[in-house]
Design a protein. Sequence first.
Length: 174
Amino acid sequence: LIRLAALAAILAATGCANVKLDATGASPATVEKLRGANLAAAQAGSFKLAAGKPAAMDTALSGLRGNTLEPAKGSWSQLLKDTLVAELTAAGLYDQASPLVIEGELTDSKVDAAIGTGTGRLAARFVVKKQGQPVFDKELAVDASWESSFIGGVAIPVAMNQYGALYKALVAKL
């Protein structure tokens, strides 16, 4: 995230920018929770945009004062999957042969680097299947708000970092 903030700050200072966001390492707090929860290993199945949502929700992000943030691998739903896999792997709970499969559908994704207060939201419907049968099906969401500067070169990198952190927060909530 520090690299992303530095790059975004440089690009934001020079005008409109297009920055790509990729999954980062696991969160120590989430890994600790996973290890202590006595969970069975799982694999990640299909992650996609929920039906009826605009296709652009899964490929770009506006609300950054003319700058755009895009998922490095082409879709926000893929970033969510990559984040889940990183957390499970770090906790020793990822197994591609597991009968437990976690699937996800992106239902909301937005950020606003507004002057005064910035906001972000990320939501997804998660389905956990055991041998093909659903055992968990729930939509989860995380929201964030932060002080947002009048100066775009300050506000935009903060908003990008806040938005990126929502992925870890949503996986932790799951």
